[in-house]
Every structure is written in C-alpha cells, then in structure tokens.
Write a protein that binds this ligand. Sequence first.
Ligand code: 5RP
Length: 242
Amino acid sequence: MTELSPSDIAKDAAAAAAVKLVENGMRLGLGTGSTAAFMVRRLAEIVKQDGLQLRCAATSQATADLAESLGLKIESLDDIGWLDLTIDGADELDPDLNLIKGGGAALLREKIVASASDRMVVMADGSKVVEVLGAFHLPVEVIGFGWQTTQELISRTLDRLELTDRPILLRQRDEMPLLTDEGNYILDLSLEAIPEPARLSAALNAIPGVVENGLFLGLCDLALVGKPDGEVVELRAEDAEE
Ligand code: 5RP
C-alpha cells in the first residue's frame, strides 16, 4: 500500500472519526471530494465488518460510482426522502461553521442533500479552517444559456456589495467548460474575503442564471478536523464564541 501524505493522513483521520457517528439503520448523505472518498472507503469497511443496514444517497456521480464499486448500495434522494446525517468535505470553514464548497463542482447536489438532512458533519484537514471565508474561490453554478450575461450580472452584484474588481473565471476541463452533474457551468469568484456571506449568498441566488452558490451557511453542525499526526479536533458551531 502506498504511504499517505501528511494531508491525506489528516483527511483519513477525519473520515475515520466521521464514520464513528454512523449507526445501524441510518439514512446517510455521502459527500464528494478526496476527504469524502476516504470516508466512503471507511464506511464500506464498517458496513462489511459490522453488517450495518444503511440507506445512502450520493452527492455526485463520482461518489455514487466509488460507493457502488465498494459494495455500498446507492439510492436516489427522493427514494429515501429524508436523511439522518450527511458527511461531506469542505474547501473552507469559518468559526461559525459556515462553509465554502464546490471545489469538486458538486455544490448543487451537496447543498440539496445537506439541506435534506437532520445533521451535516464536515471532515477537513487543518488547512481548511479560516477566520473569514473567501481566500478559496467561491464556486457559483450557472446555467449554460447566457452564461456570459450571468457573469456580467454577478460582476455588477459584486460591485454593489463593494467587492469590486474581483476576477470571475469559467471553470474548464480539457479547454472546454466543465459540466456539473446537472449539465451546468461553474464560475469561480476570487473574492479574497467575504465579510457578509449571507448577504452575498442571497444576492447571487437572486440572479436568474445562477442555480446555486457554494456558500453553505448554517447547515453544518460539527466539523471534524484531522491533523497530520492522526489526531482529530471537533469544532461545533456553538463553540464559536469560546
Ligand atoms: C466538492 C466539495 C468538496 O467537499 C471540497 O472541494 C473538498 O474537497 P477535498 O476533500 O478533496 O479537499 O465541495 O464539490
């Protein structure tokens, strides 16, 4: 087996802590990204070992494919209806456990799944923990039709919020627009800092061509932050003031 990098040890430690929250009979949302992939592998192991009966919905086709390759059954969110727990990664998390997500282009399904869950638990390595969101680009999922007009409307919205001259880039793969699982495009907003995430989120989502943005506000209950030595620190939103 190849040796894990310090960052992967941290991600895997967070993933191992996250699957300890899984109980027999749970309805689970499975996140997307490299940390979520560690979690899916660990989940498949405990399902085999302990014979857990779970119902799982995936936040992306990539996660569904990985889970199924490891013997986990994936059902549609609508077939399950509501979830007890969603476990996902994040690109950034602040002291209130507000998040930036969408680095893996799955923010839309991720937000739908997290919003349909009693709890959302985030796994991260320490590099994701920030005081103020925004050093990581903010992904915004937009409809392909008129995307450049939508980009201009986003730019004007940012100006109005005093976030002027912030670059907005169409995410590409192989020199073509990257398509999300829903067939939409992603615009990445380089904002440096987001002083008022709720105001920005509402303003972006009011633009007709915007489907959803990568700010996850008030959705996450608990963050499990792994360290390169394998220790895991728990952060709770209510601990933010301590
Ligand atoms: C995918 C996401 C991921 O959770 C986020 O990008 C973190 O990924 P990783 O665990 O690979 O760092 O939001 O859309």
